[in-house]
Design a protein around this ligand. Structure first.
Ligand SMILES: [Zn+2]
Ligand SMILES: [Zn+2]
Length: 495
């Protein structure tokens, strides 16, 4: 359970705040000179003022990241050049393991087939809050990307290599500052954020290797987050040549869908009248889904984007086995359920019209993302302080989805987006154009945000948790079971 009440871990920390934070000073000690120094370092200006207070914790965190910038760049570029798809990130796992050993982590373990959880060095104090800094390991399928893997078509066109590097950088900096912080910090590299290769993942489900298709979902269900109270990560901002930071964005949830249209094989030229064309059933289903789009409300941000993953077996045989995958996305659980029922009705109705059968499997997709506002505020304040050249924007809607949404159901989380990239996410043009913003700025910002949470006896972490009704993994599992159980199509029944 992740329910905590005042008087458990942070009460002792509060009493000992002075001991725990001997050199920390409030932001009024972190004045204009410090800001100029950080700004100057990050944008490469040579002439700048030295800051007045060398003990300032955020200044030190920034210095630690800057000192390691070349090794962080090298790590990020290496991951970029070796993209791997979800639940197959074996090389990435190995490289990250080596890097984490280099910063002296303890209790490093594998979670979710290829994920890693590791604690920053030092004895863990069970009275203090546990903060997780997350990174993502997987690439997307983007075979036309210039750095795509020639065999798998995988490419880091969603920038997860940069977020993973930022996690490493933040962990490295914080590992040197731990004695000044009232909390325990762990790094979690999550696999399989991209919800792709559904057939492959269903085979992992069938063999009992995973319980959820999404990496963080799987980590939740394995108990990886059972001892974590607050989590944060940073994601790449799509097509962002100008320095900027976006906080408190929303993201929709979705239901994953795998459909099999079953017809009757027959000679396509000689005896099509003896066949039942499953591809025609699938085509009709697509048209019915398109016809439903006018029924969706703008505010629900419904997105349905099916693909045919198998269109038949050979051109001279009436297709009898056609496969389709889709997401049914929307801004809320209610809207997801409503749209999903309509889509399933369209698939069943189209199949009936053509005399085919359809097997629909609805799978847990991702939950809508709800970021913790107070935590977003801390991150935004740090962005304004440390990167004054970057604009900070709030509440930008994002109609994509992320398994951070699932994590946001059980604990306070943030997933701000930071610039430094050209090209749209998931496109062949996506690449890092400003390595300082892409790799270093998120590391500094997550380290500074963690420092704020754990300063002064972790008062801000405590306040955040008091305002959040945390859930455990049992409640999480139950939510998805309940949510999908009303769908009769789940077990493949037809009309
Ligand atoms: Zn993506
Ligand atoms: Zn992504």
């Amino acid at each position: 359970m992740m329910m905590h009440s005042p008087g458990t871990f942070w009460s002792a920390g509060t009493q000992n705040a002075t001991d725990l934070l001997p050199s920390y000073e409030e932001p009024n000690g972190f004045g204009a000179n410090g800001t100029q120094r950080l700004y100057a370092d990050m944008i490469g200006k040579e002439n700048h003022n030295r800051m007045n207070n060398p003990n300032n914790l955020k200044q030190k965190l920034c210095d630690y990241v800057m000192e390691e910038r070349n090794s962080l760049y090298a790590f990020g570029e290496d991951i970029f050049l070796h993209p791997e798809l979800g639940y197959r990130e074996h090389r990435t796992h190995r490289k990250l393991q080596e890097a984490l050993l280099g910063i002296g982590v303890t209790d490093m373990a594998t979670w979710g087939l290829t994920g890693i959880k590791a604690w920053l060095p030092g004895a863990k104090d069970p009275r203090l809050p546990n903060i997780a800094i997350l990174g993502e390991m997987d690439a997307v399928v983007s075979p036309n990307h210039p750095q795509a893997d020639p065999v798998t078509g995988a490419a880091h066109a969603c920038g997860h290599h940069a977020g993973l590097t930022a996690m490493l950088g933040a962990g490295m900096a914080l590992s040197k500052a731990l004695p000044e912080l009232a909390g325990n910090i762990c790094l979690i590299a999550a696999p399989a954020e991209e919800y792709v290769e559904i057939d492959y993942r269903r085979s992992l489900l069938a063999s009992g290797k995973i319980r959820y298709l999404g990496g963080k979902q799987q980590l939740i269900s394995e108990g990886c987050f059972d001892d974590i109270h607050i989590a944060m990560m940073v994601h790449a901002l799509s097509d962002s040549p100008v320095s900027q930071v976006c906080v408190s964005s929303t993201a929709g949830g979705f239901i994953g869908k795998s459909v099999r249209f079953k017809g009757q094989e027959a000679h396509a030229g000689g005896a099509p009248h003896l066949g039942v064309n499953a591809l025609n059933a699938a085509s009709a289903a697509l048209m019915c889904i398109h016809a439903l789009r006018e029924t969706f409300r703008d505010e629900d941000h419904v997105r349905i984007h099916p693909i045919i993953t198998k269109g038949g077996d050979m051109v001279n045989t009436v297709p009898a086995d056609v496969r389709m995958e889709s997401y049914v996305r929307a801004a809320s659980l209610d809207a997801m359920a409503d749209a999903n029922a309509k889509v399933n009705r369209a698939i069943r109705g189209a199949s009936y019209a053509l005399g085919a059968e359809s097997e629909i499997e609805d799978l847990p997709g991702y939950l809508p993302l709800e970021e913790a506002r107070a935590l977003s505020q801390i991150f935004a304040d740090n962005a304004a302080l440390l990167f004054p050249e970057a604009s900070v924007s709030w509440n930008r809607p994002f109609c994509g989805s992320t398994d951070m949404g699932d994590l946001s159901y059980i604990m306070p989380v943030i997933q701000p987006t930071v610039s430094g990239f050209a090209g749209a996410l998931h496109s062949k043009d996506f690449r890092v154009t400003d390595p300082r913003m892409a790799y270093l700025a998120p590391a500094v910002l997550m380290a500074a945000t963690t420092a704020d949470l754990l300063a002064d006896g972790a008062q801000r972490a405590a306040a955040l948790l008091r305002d959040f009704a945390s859930k455990d993994k049992g409640q999480y599992d139950h939510l998805w079971q309940e949510f999908l159980s009303p769908c009769p199509e789940k077990n493949g029944s037809n009309i």
